[in-house]
Design a protein around this ligand. Structure first.
Ligand code: GLN
Length: 542
């Protein structure tokens, strides 16, 4: 039987609800349960694909090609369960589906309304694609009190009533601010937030209270009294030194015990948290440190490269080393000498990106890495820029460029409007919608036996997630290979370059896909593990 846990947030945003949901998933898993995590996002975009990463953080891509909220990345990294299209929905998607049905006449003349039509569509989504999961943990984005989250709150209220309160748990995440003048953690914002939830008919049965210090008994009792919640179900979510300590810390506060007790599930054994204690120990006691320069464009918001930062940390965990990230806006290299900014780093990573701004700076960073033999990892846009650099400076094509920036005589990177997925041909219009029209999701690649990447993966057939519109132009392969840039991975039909590498370099790899999306702390991605290993070697040289 599947039980549902609904997670809402109150008081302020950025409380780490997503992380809390992910940690709960990990704890339930460690008890032997099968879990799935989902996110309901109240904004009007159909998906986050068209949103700027500096506004909403990174777009997390699933194997089945959905562009989703970055919280799904936390879910995957903490549980290892691959997220699917059916794990994230937005107001925009719900409304566009309901309106499409209305246009088809599916509502048989009824007046289409928020209740019941929108709420029904939300409930349908929550129930969909559920098989033998023991728990569905469903996070509602935004903060209680926002106008746009109302239909979602109404839908989960109805849902709880339908499946029965013994099968649904409402968990509310709040903040207990510490006021130094009073010397106290304050409970009033939490009380107000719970009132807000009550006003839409939801009585939370459990609270997860973010606080920077333990909750004294007095305050806990006060919250319990005013919010109509048992004191033992007021769980402290204390600040931690590494996010991978969250499952351990929440377990120590009784989180998973209380969740199971709520559902009447008896457990005599403690969960096996050795996976997490091992990771935390490695994070806390590294044997050294390397610095990686991340040369990007969206460096103003750290969340815009969330999975990337995590994957680099995982590479560090695998090597027992601390990875220090030096975020650099690539545009600085366009007016200043790249050398002075990059001299101290042990590895250079150019991540995914869109648009011309800062592109020349990224090309300079790739050139610096190639010439100075500093490990270079180019991801998606970072691969494309490395190929343009190689074309310009190794293959004698000074006009080499990407058609993403306008017409060019040497389209070394160009727009693809047709490609195959398995046996099916996929096509895109050049002037079509921007949303959901890229090459998205998992695609296989064939690696050249004996190449560096084949060695790193220990395989010649791989599958990785994509999110891009442009491709390295296969017609330049011969010319570039003669100049020394090796095409070591291609789509199985040999048309789309997936990986390039410089054999004559300590570590220079560009990949068209996003390996960071599949890295996990307990299963670091081999490319990140090997990149950090190369950076460690580099650190011994400088
Ligand atoms: N802008 C490039 C493209 O669309 C790269 C995209 C990316 O880095 N994710 O192909």
């Amino acid at each position: 039987m599947t039980r549902y846990i609904f997670i809402t947030g109150g008081v302020v945003s950025s409380l780490g609800k997503g992380l809390g949901a992910a940690a709960l998933g990990a704890l339930l898993q460690a008890r032997g349960f099968k879990v799935r995590l989902r996110k309901l996002d109240p904004y009007l975009n159909v998906d986050p694909g068209t949103m700027s990463p500096t506004q909403h953080g990174e777009v997390f891509v699933t194997d089945d090609g959905a562009e989703t909220d970055l919280d799904l990345g936390h879910y995957e990294r903490f549980t290892g369960v691959s997220a699917r299209k059916s794990d994230n929905v937005t107001t925009g998607r719900i409304y566009s589906n309901v309106i499409a049905r209305e246009r088809r006449g599916d509502y048989l003349g009824a007046t289409v309304q928020v209740i019941p039509h929108i709420t029904d569509a939300i409930k349908e989504f929550i129930r969909s694609d559920v098989t033998d999961e023991d728990f569905i943990v469903c996070e509602v984005g935004g903060t209680v009190g926002d106008i746009e989250s109302l239909p979602f709150l109404e839908a989960i209220r109805q849902f709880g009533n339908e499946v029965g309160i013994e099968n649904a748990l409402f968990l509310h995440v709040t903040l207990l601010p510490y006021i130094p003048a009073a010397g106290e953690l304050k409970t009033k914002p939490t009380q107000h937030s719970v009132k807000e939830l009550l006003s839409v008919g939801i009585q939370p049965q459990m609270l997860l209270c973010r606080a920077d210090r333990p909750i004294p008994d007095n305050e806990r009792r006060k919250i319990a009294l005013f919010c109509n919640i048992r004191p033992e179900r007021v769980i402290a979510a204390l600040d931690v030194d590494t996010i991978y300590n969250v499952p351990i810390s929440y377990h120590e506060e009784g989180f998973d015990d209380q969740v199971l007790a709520y559902f009447g599930i008896g457990q005599d054994k403690a969960p096996d948290l050795s996976r997490w204690t091992g990771i935390v120990q490695r994070v806390r006691q590294p044997e050294g440190e390397v610095t990686i320069g991340v040369v990007g464009k969206y460096t103003s918001l750290i969340d815009s490269y969330k999975s990337l930062a995590e994957a680099l940390t995982h590479g560090g965990i695998a090597n027992n080393i601390k990875v220090k990230l030096d975020w650099m806006d690539s545009q600085i290299f366009e007016s200043e000498d790249a050398v002075s900014h990059l001299e101290h780093v042990h590895g250079i990573l150019v991540p995914g990106g869109f648009g011309e701004r800062g592109a020349e700076g990224k090309i300079r960073a790739a050139q610096f890495a190639r010439e100075r033999k500093v490990p270079y990892f180019g991801i998606c846009f970072g691969m494309q820029m490395a190929v343009i650099e190689a074309a310009r400076h190794m293959a004698g094509l000074p006009a080499a460029n990407s058609t993403e920036f306008g017409p060019t005589n040497e389209p070394v990177v160009g727009l693809m409007t047709e490609w195959t997925r398995g046996n099916a041909l996929e096509t895109r219009k050049t002037d079509g919608d921007l949303g959901g029209t890229m090459r998205l999701g998992a695609y296989p690649a064939a690696l050249v036996p004996g190449s560096r990447v084949a060695g790193i993966y220990g395989a010649t057939e791989i599958s990785e997630r994509h999110r891009h519109r442009y491709e390295v132009n296969i017609n330049y392969r011969e010319r570039l290979e003669q100049a020394g840039l090796f095409f070591s991975g291609l789509s199985p039909d040999g048309v789309l370059p997936e990986i390039v590498e410089l054999p004559d370099h300590p570590w220079f790899i560009g990949v068209q896909y996003h390996p960071e999306l599949k890295s996990k702390p307990f299963d670091p991605h081999p490319l990140f593990t090997d990149f950090i290993r190369a950076a460690i070697e580099q650190s011994r040289l400088v």
